[in-house]
Design a binder for this molecule. Structure first.
Ligand SMILES: Cc1ncc(C[n+]2csc(CCOP(=O)(O)OP(=O)(O)O)c2C)c(N)n1
Length: 268
């Protein structure tokens, strides 16, 4: 197994334990983007676990902040803090809130959770870095349901207007949102074409395939970039995959045992 796959496997197992212990939600949302995070933190982002505020670091923002468990687990697994601390996830008084928080959590840039805001922060941070002539790159993951928010498209206009070639938006295109399928609730019709028409250099990939993720993230462009990452919500646990129940349901008892067994058996 290559490093990013080992990391993804560990993160999924951490998330399962965290969310089950805390009776929290959004496990399928976390599994959907685990492979994206694993490649970002294994092969792409510049960061220093001993100096999280290093000026030249790349910036990562999770705009769909409800999947924060996967970010905390990834940061712990790469060494920003101990994996033991993940046991506090979503407990009373914990700094690891259900929607991702930067307060006291090294490696998290901004708190998110109210959908449609993280991408606006990302364009602002990318513009600031361009003005400063910084080599730092900005990456942001948005949900496809999150693309129902008008502020996502305001940010898309802004990214093109200011030619933010240091910015990559990754859309976690799992075709689900909280209450149903995206195409039934608010159809996104030709999402890739939409991003292209907003002036973004856009590619569409299998967002659970590490090689495809890596090569999409290594592209260079004079335009802001968008990766429409076709993912599977709940990826990694057969009974959670494409099953809306697992947006909110927490895995207990047999569900927990069966999910853990599947994740531990994964040697892809
Ligand atoms: C502004 C705002 N409205 C509603 C919610 C409640 N909410 C949490 S997750 C979610 C679904 C988001 O869908 P998507 O972005 O596709 O995420 P995924 O399906 O990948 O979890 C909603 C509506 C929210 N967090 N913020």
């Amino acid at each position: 197994m290559e490093d990013s796959k080992v990391l993804a496997k560990r993160v999924r197992i951490d998330c399962l334990k965290m969310i089950s212990r805390a009776h929290a939600s959004h496990i399928a949302s976390a599994f959907s983007l685990t492979d994206l995070l694993a490649v970002l933190y294994s092969d792409v982002l510049k960061y220093d676990i001993n100096n999280p505020d290093w000026t030249d670091r790349d910036i990562f923002i999770l705009s769909k902040g409800h999947a924060g468990a996967a970010v905390y687990a990834t940061l712990a697994e790469v060494g920003f803090f101990s994996t033991k601390e993940l046991e506090n996830y979503y407990q009373n008084g914990s700094k690891f809130s259900g929607h991702v928080s930067h307060k006291g959590v090294p490696g998290v840039e901004v708190s998110t959770g109210s959908l449609g805001h993280g991408i606006g922060l990302a364009v602002g941070m990318a513009l600031a870095r361009k003005i400063d002539k910084s080599s730092s790159q900005v990456y942001v993951i948005v949900g496809d349901g999150e693309c129902d928010e008008g502020s996502v498209w305001e940010a898309a206009l802004f990214g093109h207007q200011f030619a933010l070639d240091n910015l990559t938006v990754i859309v976690d295109r799992n075709h689900f949102q909280a209450m149903g399928r995206t195409e039934e609730i608010m159809s996104l019709v030709s999402l890739t074409e939409k991003w292209k028409s907003f002036g973004w250099d856009t590619v569409e990939i299998d967002g659970n395939d590490h090689e495809q993720i890596k090569s999409a993230l290594q592209r260079k462009s004079e335009k802001p970039q968008c990766i429409v990452a076709n993912t599977i919500k709940g990826k990694g646990v057969s009974f959670m995959e494409n099953n809306l129940l697992w947006h909110y349901r927490d895995p207990q008892d047999n569900y927990f045992d069966d999910a853990l067994a599947e994740l531990e058996a994964d040697n892809a």
